[in-house]
Design a protein around this ligand. Structure first.
Ligand SMILES: [Zn+2]
Length: 323
């Protein structure tokens, strides 16, 4: 999170996945009626109306049972409705694609995807697709490139809050934790080495106008002949500024959002994952002297933030819908 307009420098050990853009295979189009239903389904998909999209893809398929692209997008939409249904739908896509040359690559990719889905952990209630609120939408496509593959798979995540040098910061950090803990399975731990996510209160120099930072690495440890790897996320805050409690809460809530898997930023100021800290500065006169006030406008995750996390945790890796 930043206080100014510098470009973000999120440092992680993440290897960026190139988004897979699959061109629409022309031979798979489905005749005028089916194409119309398909276009409608794609519109639903883009609006986050996944259940309606599925119905329209089904209509397209009933109008043309060989409409392979419709099978593909139906399965992708089903990931945001129900995982079991999605796995079944992907298997139907593989069947429909058969050994058609132009789908060879997609079929191989989807076979791997189904394997991943079958091994995915049960998600906590708050990340179930049913919690996705379509009217609000998300900013998944802004963050998917760097975030996919960064989901945690073992819950609850253990969080070490440490001791802040100021009581109001400690309270702000605790409130940030409580906010996410209400949405995501988190557990406080007493010692830093127990934490998957750790707050560091060492004086950090984060560079100009940067309020907080989240960094991740993998910790390798040898026990006997076993080499174990553990992922750790560390959050630091610029302590050269006299943050109010609410500011600290906003900073830590934002950085926790990165730690939970959102490796990117929202494009909307109302979201906690917007890249800048919101300050509203205004002046008022008090006894003839102008006073300046400022505050963080966003203090907790929005439904768009939550929707984005839900999509991230329900899509096993990169897959762009067919056009
Ligand atoms: Zn950020």
């Amino acid at each position: 999170m930043k206080t100014g307009s510098n470009r973000s420098k999120l440092r992680t050990w993440v290897v960026c996945l190139a988004a897979l853009v699959t061109a629409f295979p022309s031979e798979s189009s489905g005749g005028p009626d089916a194409n119309e239903s398909y276009a409608e389904a794609n519109r639903f998909f883009d609006q986050g109306q996944f259940a309606q999209a599925i119905e329209s893809y089904k209509t397209a398929i009933s109008e043309n049972p060989g409409f392979v692209a419709a099978y593909h997008n139906l399965a992708l939409a089903a990931e945001m409705v129900d995982r079991k249904q999605a796995i079944e739908a992907w298997k139907r896509f593989i069947e429909a694609a058969g050994d058609k040359e132009q789908f060879k690559f997609d079929v191989a990719r989807i076979r791997a995807r189904v394997q991943i889905m079958e091994r995915m952990p049960d998600l906590p209630e708050a990340l179930q697709p049913s919690r996705y609120v379509a009217e609000v939408g998300d900013y998944y496509w802004n963050i998917s490139r760097n975030s996919e593959g960064e989901e945690w798979s073992r819950f609850p995540l253990k969080v070490y809050l440490g001791s802040a040098p100021q009581m109001k910061w400690q309270e702000g950090a605790r409130q940030a934790y409580d906010t996410w803990a209400a949405l995501f399975p988190l557990q406080l731990v007493a010692r830093p080495e127990q934490g998957d996510i750790r707050l560091s209160w060492n004086p950090a120099n984060l560079g100009e106008r940067r309020a907080g930072e989240e960094m991740e690495w993998v910790d390798f440890k040898r026990e006997g002949n076993e080499l174990t790897a553990r992922r750790i996320a560390v959050i630091s805050v610029d302590q050269n500024f006299n943050w109010a409690k609410d500011d600290m809460r906003a900073i830590i809530t934002h950085e926790l959002g990165h730690a939970l898997g959102i490796k990117g930023h929202s494009d909307t100021k109302k979201d906690i994952m917007y890249m800048e800290m919101q300050r509203k500065v205004y002046s008022r006169t008090f006894g003839g002297f102008p006073l300046q006030f400022w505050k963080s406008l966003v203090k907790e995750p929005s439904q768009r933030d939550i929707n984005t996390l839900i999509r991230l945790y329900n899509h096993p890796g990169s897959s762009v819908r067919f056009r």
